[in-house]
Design a binder for this molecule. Structure first.
Ligand code: BDR
Ligand code: CA
Length: 325
């Protein structure tokens, strides 16, 4: 039986790639999507999600608009220099005729947690505001969740917004602090993992030649993302942040370093604001699990990720097309 999965997202170019991965993964059943302000505001993000689902031939997946502002302060306008003015690299998609559902993303999380009690996985690849709102609305929520997979944080390396903070945590540190403090199991994909796995123009060309219209549009978006990352990495290769978290949620990649430890988030107003503090402890075989910890911090995986990503996207979509012929 596929595992029911709720996606919380700020689409987002790498979010779009993660969505493509999920739609091609038989291990999970994508039962709902909620948006949050991050790369783009949550209202525009919901339109992006609906348009991507339309393009992918999955209009049946409901989309809920989530929090516009973080827990403290106001949304500050996203990351147009990274993801474009519209969040998806300034690519225009054919518009879906559908609208988001009337419920908020937090309400959708709670409803799904009852429908799939004990088995629902939450994959969060944007700021954690919706999850924090859901915890406020219903503190019993963690007892019905199988795992919360989060892309975020910088553990043993620099952040990508400040010296210590990563974008998803930086955009709502108070929400992140509440999510890590809750009594559920979390799997964390920090920058330490996601900056190790990149995609370049050769892979983009493969996606651009795929039979799937969604993949071809994602390839167009990636041109913008590669332009931004060329300034960071010194070559046209981009980090695979959100797709890696998606693969962890599907259980399709082998973790070789993933200690389970307590994690806290700095919510001070100082230079450490938004820092994820993971209580790593040396053991005989690398980092050890820490009693009382609830977060598996994934620092390394067994194999290069980009070939797996490409195989799955292209082989599966071509398989679908072949079935339709
Ligand atoms: C994270 O921030 C966003 O820009 C990406 O979509 C990813 O979720 C990487 O720091
Ligand atoms: Ca994201």
């Amino acid at each position: 039986m596929p595992i029911p999965l709720y996606l919380d997202t700020d689409p987002g170019i790498d979010d779009a790639l993660a969505l493509a991965y999920l739609l091609n993964s038989p291990e999970i059943d994508l039962v709902g999507i909620g948006t949050v302000s991050g790369n783009i505001d949550s209202v525009t993000g919901a339109r992006n999600a609906l348009d991507l689902l339309h393009l992918a031939g999955h209009p049946e997946i409901p989309v809920a608009v989530g929090a516009y502002d973080p827990e403290v302060g106001e949304y500050r306008g996203g990351a147009p220099h990274v993801h474009g003015r519209n969040g998806i690299g300034n690519v225009t998609l054919e518009p879906s005729s559908l609208d988001p559902i009337p419920e908020s993303a937090a309400e959708m999380i709670i409803a799904l947690s009852h429908r799939y009690a004990g088995t629902l996985r939450i994959l969060a690849i944007g700021p954690l505001t919706n999850l924090a709102v859901a915890l406020d609305l219903d503190p019993t929520l963690p007892g019905r969740i199988d795992d919360v997979i989060v892309m975020g944080g910088a553990v043993l390396r620099a952040g990508n917004v400040t010296a210590v903070s990563e974008a998803n945590i930086h955009n709502d540190p108070e929400a992140a602090a509440a999510v890590f403090a809750a009594s559920w199991h979390i799997t964390l994909a920090p920058l330490d993992l996601t900056m190790q796995h990149t995609l370049g123009d050769a892979e983009r060309a493969e996606l651009g030649a795929a039979s799937s219209a969604m993949l071809r549009s994602v390839a167009d978006m990636l041109d913008y993302y590669l332009d931004f990352y060329a300034g960071v990495l010194g070559e046209r290769r981009c980090a695979l942040h959100d797709p890696l978290a998606a693969a962890l949620a599907c259980g399709t990649i082998e973790v070789t370093s993933g200690p389970t430890v307590p994690v806290t988030v700095d919510v001070s107003d100082g230079l450490d604001r938004g820092r994820t503090i993971c209580e790593l402890t040396e053991g005989p075989d690398g980092y050890a699990d820490v009693p009382g910890g609830n977060t598996r911090v994934v620092l390394d995986i067994a194999d290069p990720f980009a070939p797996h990503l490409l195989d799955r996207l292209i082989a599966n979509t071509d398989f679908e097309v072949n079935l339709q012929k």
